[in-house]
Ligand binder design. Structure first.
Ligand code: GLU
Length: 550
């Protein structure tokens, strides 16, 4: 029996690899175009670190006129959850990061390089496994779990490197006849790589992010095809990324140590190797130290967290670009209004070690992002969010005309307000503009300097009787508050008061604070004139009266 015969015996149905090599044509793309992918297991869950990889991979593809595709890696069927692909696609869509190609639902896909779900590619992997068998570069292994356990224990006791290699690779030198015999008998088996590597030799590799690294060669006879007929991650990676025309493998740096094996697989299969960029994980400060942002410990590790609290997707994406390239911040300063699509991301400028997660920074970016929205956009987004997460806010926003006025306060000018970081801030932010919310008991008035009841009453009464007119423009309105201050014996101008503070009990600012607090119950609000314009005479009078009762 020769290798060819054994290969035929194991995989009688498998097509020659030339079939696939022909079928999946070389992509016709401009010079320098990057073809890359996101290759999650269908767990339904997207970690912020994965979103980070997606942002980077997709940006690199877009920037170069390439392709970004989604491949579902479901060969480890233990890790799978129901509708896991749907969950992942929904998260990508939430962040505006839909792939160009690959899976688009649990069962559908687009693109000419599919199937994009590994469990549907069994035939393909078997063809390539057969190809290796034919050349004696792979072999069937009959080791039972007990045998492997015994081997592990011996290695541990002798304090030597664990694994299936060299003298430990018990089935590596079985004769082809013996192998065929055992298969005929029905003994369970897997297919292993017959590694040609040597642990005492080094390979050199250049990683786009990590730079030059060297590793010992791989000498482990790793599993290519498991007992269930499906490939291991390593084998599928080589076959898929070859056939799908991946030029750049952009992935988490937990895979960096697999480089010797992956390069070996590409070489033994006769494939051209892709370029690799291994991304450092996002870290979190914890008890003075640093650790990876963890799915188990940190709610903010799940990208759904940002959707739930209502951080706009652009803010999260912008934050991730911010930690990807340190020059992003300067670029943003120079181009405050540019779309992030215009930023030129550079893989080789990414940091070798992990960036520290910073929620304050995310919220800060979100504030700036939202400050550039129109009232209409804020309305749409806040309403969309409220529909899923806050019924009360959703109800408040029913009157769109009024809501647009509220959101329009201090917006659209040179220095727009920056007080909303997430849609879950909105209710608290605008509630005082709504009667039903405003009159919710108990009410605290945060009066500042002037707290004496009688004085407050006097200010409000006089203002209503003599100075307030709904139709006044801003200048007139303000002049009248100054007049009111003067009539009450307060300084008309803050500047004057500062020069001789002993001359007056206070200044115009203290008077307008009383008006503001009586109207809104808060001492800190956006422009009072605009607030009053939106509230209108009737509500203003009623609120002042209520304040005087207290
Ligand atoms: N399925 C692998 C993972 O989820 C993919 C790694 C890769 O991008 O090659 O980690």
């Amino acid at each position: 029996m020769n290798y060819q015969e054994l290969a035929n015996f194991i995989f009688p149905e498998a097509k020659p690899i030339s079939y696939y090599e022909e079928k999946y044509k070389k992509r016709n793309l401009p010079e320098g175009a990057i073809v890359t992918r996101f290759a999650p297991s269908p767990t339904g869950f997207v970690h912020l670190g994965s979103l980070y990889q997606v942002v980077i991979a997709r940006k690199m593809a877009k920037q170069t006129g390439g392709v970004f595709f989604l491949r579902v890696e479901d060969t480890d069927q233990k890790r799978e959850v129901e509708n896991g692909v749907t969950g992942i696609l929904a998260s990508l869509k939430d962040f505006g990061l839909t792939p160009d190609e690959g899976m688009i639902s649990e069962t559908q896909e687009i693109g000419n390089y599919g199937p994009y779900k590994q469990s549907l590619r069994k035939d393909i992997y078997q063809s390539y496994a057969k190809y290796l068998l034919e050349q004696g570069k792979a072999y069937p292994c009959f080791a039972t779990p007990e045998e492997l356990e015994e081997m592990r224990q011996k290695q541990e006791a002798a304090k030597i490197r664990p694994g299936y290699y060299g003298v430990w690779a018990k089935y590596r030198n079985l004769t082809l006849e013996e192998a065929a015999e055992r298969i005929k008998k029905g003994d369970p088996y897997i297919i292993r790589l017959k590694s040609e590597g040597r642990e005492d030799r080094k390979i050199k590799h250049h990683d786009i992010i990590k730079g030059n690294v060297d590793f010992p060669e791989n000498d482990q006879d790793i599993v290519l095809i498991k007992a269930d007929g499906l490939p291991t991650y390593h084998f599928a990676h080589a076959v898929d990324d070859h056939l799908m025309g991946t030029t750049h493998v952009i992935r988490g740096d937990e895979w960096l140590s697999s480089i010797p094996l992956h390069l070996q697989l590409f070489q033994m299969l006769g494939f051209q190797t892709p370029k690799y960029a291994h991304i450092a994980p996002i870290m979190k400060e914890d008890e003075g130290g640093k650790r990876k942002l963890s799915k188990r410990k940190d709610p903010e590790a799940a990208v759904s967290y940002y959707t739930e609290i209502g951080v706009p997707k652009e803010a999260v994406v912008e934050y991730l670009l911010n930690i990807a390239n340190s020059n992003f911040e300067t670029w943003r300063k120079q181009n405050p209004n540019a779309s992030i699509e215009e930023f030129e991301l550079q893989l080789n400028k990414m940091s070798v070690s992990g960036a520290l997660f910073d929620i304050v920074k995310i919220l800060d970016i979100a504030k700036t992002v939202i400050s550039k929205y129109t009232a209409e956009q804020i309305y749409e987004e806040a309403q969309n969010w409220a529909k899923n997460y806050d019924e009360e806010l959703f109800q408040l926003l029913q009157d769109k005309t009024y809501a647009l006025k509220v959101f329009g306060i201090e917006r659209g000018n040179v220095k727009p307000r920056k007080d909303i970081a997430k849609w879950s801030d909105v209710k608290e932010n605008i509630s005082y503009m709504y009667e039903e919310e405003f009159y919710k008991e108990p009410k605290q008035y945060e009066y500042q300097k002037i707290t004496d009841k009688e004085t407050i009453k006097r200010i409000l009464t006089l203002y209503l009787e003599k100075y307030y007119e709904e139709k006044d423009d801003k200048q007139t309105w303000f002049d009248k508050i100054k007049d009111l201050a003067e009539e009450l014996g307060y300084a008309r101008e803050v500047k004057e008061w500062k020069k001789e503070p002993e001359k007056w009990p206070g200044h115009v600012g203290d008077i307008s604070t009383v008006l503001r607090v009586a109207l809104t119950s808060r001492s800190n609000t956006p422009d009072l004139y605009e607030i009053m314009q939106v509230l209108g005479k009737e509500k203003i009078e009623k609120r002042f009266e209520k304040a005087m009762e207290k």
